[in-house]
Design a protein around this ligand. Structure first.
Ligand code: APR
Length: 233
């Protein structure tokens, strides 16, 4: 039997939109309500830790109350039932993929984790983090959300690039293709000879690069795409 194909899936905020979590760049999105420089940069955190902790406390609370939607569930099913390797890389910091039963690589960190700026200790974040949250390891009031801010290196890039170089299929779901390095993944996958598909409500910055596109809400397009794949397995 031919080696079962390796599938790499990249998800963005659009896959969690129908779970009630806001996206960043859609009408009224998070970056319309908050200045990225204030809430999503190390400089912003140094300038006003209370503002930044408050921003992430609100998102952590909202994400904790959200449920995985049929798109998250379909990807977990694909990872379970596909005969080959299915790797899910997410730019999202919510835990909806995991709560749907999938394993996922968080390239932008996780709301549920905390990081100490002083000693780089990582631990499960409390529901609310104080502006001067103490680190349980070194005791210094230097804890921040363990999410990747603008100007910082995304996590797990070596592992992600390894998967990109050898995937046979690449799918991007619910991402606007405006933030690198994730926006360049479709290019890497194409160079690796993968068949590429974009599942998005609208067209993105990189739509024209994909071999195939399916327009519509993720809760409809992702289950249909997974069904088609599993029927062909
Ligand atoms: N179904 C499918 N796609 C959707 C849906 C939906 N229900 N709702 C919105 N989308 C699509 C939008 O069309 C858009 O292309 O999701 C995408 C959301 O784009 P962004 O808000 O830019 O989110 P994302 O691409 O994940 O942003 C990437 O930018 O600010 C940083 O770190 C942040 O991880 C984030 C990164």
């Amino acid at each position: 039997m031919a080696r079962a194909e390796r599938i790499l899936v990249l998800t963005g905020a659009g896959i969690s939109a129908e779970s009630g979590l806001g996206t960043f760049r859609d009408e009224g999105g998070l970056w319309a309500q908050h200045d990225i420089r204030d809430v999503a940069t190390p400089e912003g955190f140094a300038r006003d830790p209370a503002l930044v902790q408050g921003f992430y406390n609100a998102r952590r609370l909202q994400a904790a109350g959200a449920a995985p939607n049929p798109a998250h569930v379909a990807l977990a099913r694909l990872q379970r039932d596909w005969p080959g390797e299915v790797t899910i890389v997410t730019q999202n910091v919510d835990a909806l993929h995991e709560r749907a039963g999938a394993e996922v690589i968080h390239m932008h960190g996780e709301l549920s984790r905390a990081l100490c700026v002083a000693c780089e200790h990582r631990w499960d974040a409390p529901p609310e983090m104080a502006p001067q949250e103490p680190c349980p390891a070194c005791g210094k009031p230097a804890a921040r959300p363990d999410v990747v801010w603008f100007g910082e290196m995304p996590y797990h890039m070596d592992l992600i690039l390894e998967h990109l170089e050898r995937c046979d299929r690449f799918a991007a779901i619910g991402t606007s293709g405006q933030v690198h390095p994730a926006a360049g993944f479709v290019q890497e996958a194409t160079l690796a000879g993968a068949a590429t598909i974009e599942l998005n409500l609208e067209s993105s910055e990189v739509s024209r690069i994909f071999h195939e596109r399916r327009a519509g809400p993720a809760t409809e397009t992702v289950p249909a795409w997974v069904e088609t794949l599993l029927a062909s397995a």
